[in-house]
Design a binder for this molecule. Structure first.
Ligand SMILES: CC(C)(COP(=O)(O)OP(=O)(O)OC[C@H]1O[C@@H](n2cnc3c(N)ncnc32)[C@H](O)[C@@H]1OP(=O)(O)O)[C@@H](O)C(=O)NCCC(=O)NCCS
Length: 357
């Protein structure tokens, strides 16, 4: 998640919130004029509890309509698949995207992570740009998964180095800090925000470098969510994808993200991450960055958009987060970007790494 567009003058910068995953429950005010929350009270298994969440959203919408500043809410819940499919029509106006949790731990096979939300009238996607983003996603969906080994080899053959930036090194090395600051300007982060990101121990940083200089980077933000009903969800959000312009289109970000996936898989297998096996790796991809959409597909991730199409629920849960955050890069007419979640579960992650090492 990025903070604000770099074109904005400093006095417009909202208070930095460098966590992508954000607050749990109840929803709280977050960066970019949003209210965010993850309902950690347990898996939603009945219509009564689902209606209660929808009522919370309706109330939030009323509050946002009266509020000068807040104009988007984004809430995530764990829901049983049967209930989701049976009640999908009731989600009209609030359904955004679904990440199925089959292929993760046994307890969650029949559940999904559901994004609900709304935008006030002043914060709506440009229909033309949204259509283009959907076309970009559908184009990326036609790509095959690449080989982990070949992704890495392609980068090394071009003379780049690839690796995980060690925690001790990244918090003490001023050069890493300054190069990351320069790379992450596009997300609106200033040097203090970047230091905050680097200092978070639950963040894993992968980089590609040329002649000792970082030219591409990405972060995996890891989190263990403990629900009140005892369910534990271990997930990693791959975020802050950035490649310096002059190095784009060479497979660097694909390689950086594959390093993150390998590290997550390895640490998880060695029981060095979140005290158990990781369930889900996902990202919220910029619809107007074809590079990131193609990269995640090459890495074996599925788009929520395609899951909704497969399940026939795309009308009520279209598979994107409208005007979620701003990302500087390709031109757009609105202040924010439309993001498309893409995910890989525990089983598919193991297959991706193990089959192609
Ligand atoms: C998105 C971004 C990180 C991609 O970095 P990158 O190093 O160029 O990515 P890759 O080279 O691994 O791209 C993956 C594929 O997409 C292609 N690609 C990259 N940029 C592209 C573009 N603008 N249009 C079409 N295809 C593109 C690459 O050629 C590659 O395809 P290939 O494997 O068939 O050669 C980079 O463009 C960027 O920093 N954008 C601005 C910030 C942003 O939007 N970040 C995404 C946040 S979710």
């Amino acid at each position: 998640m990025s903070k604000e567009i770099s074109e904005q003058p400093d006095n417009c910068v909202p208070e930095a919130d460098t966590d992508s995953i954000g607050p749990t429950w109840p929803p709280k005010e977050s960066s970019f004029n949003r209210i965010k929350g993850i309902d950690t009270r347990g898996v939603i298994t009945d219509t009564r509890r689902l209606s209660e969440i929808l009522t919370v959203l309706q109330d939030l919408r009323q509050a946002c309509l009266k509020d000068e500043k807040l104009d988007r809410a984004s809430v995530r819940i764990l829901i049983e698949n049967n209930l989701l499919l049976k009640s999908s029509d009731t989600l009209q106006g609030f359904g955004e995207a679904v990440i199925p949790l089959s292929g993760s731990q046994d307890e969650l096979q029949e559940t999904s992570l559901l994004y609900l939300g709304f935008n006030c009238p002043k914060r709506q996607p440009n229909p033309e740009e949204l259509r283009q983003s959907i076309t970009n996603v559908q184009h990326a969906m036609r790509r095959d998964t690449a080989s982990f080994k070949q992704i890495r080899a392609r980068t090394l053959e071009q003379g780049y180095q690839l690796g995980i930036s060690d925690f001790g090194e990244r918090v003490n090395d001023e050069q890493v800090w300054s190069e990351m600051t320069s790379l992450y300007k596009r997300f609106g982060w200033n040097s203090e925000d970047v230091l905050d990101i680097l200092r978070k121990e639950n963040n894993i940083l992968a980089v590609a470098s040329l002649n000792g200089q970082i030219v591409s980077a990405g972060i995996a933000e890891t989190v263990l969510l403990t629900f009140e009903d005892g369910v534990q969800l271990r997930m990693a959000e791959i975020t802050e994808a950035a490649t310096r312009e002059e190095h784009q289109g060479r497979g660097l970000y694909t390689a950086v993200a594959s390093e993150l996936m390998f590290e997550l898989y390895k640490k998880s297998a060695e029981k060095q991450l979140l005290d158990g096996q990781i369930d889900l790796v996902f990202g919220e991809c910029n619809g107007n960055a074809p590079g990131v959409l193609k990269a995640v597909r090459s890495l074996g991730r599925s788009f929520s958009h395609e899951y909704s199409l497969t399940m026939g629920i795309e009308r009520v849960v279209p598979g994107f987060l409208p005007q979620h955050v701003p990302i500087a890069g390709a031109k757009r007419s609105t202040p924010y970007n439309d993001l498309f979640p893409a995910y890989i579960n525990r089983q598919s992650l193991a297959k991706f790494i193990e089959e192609n090492r």
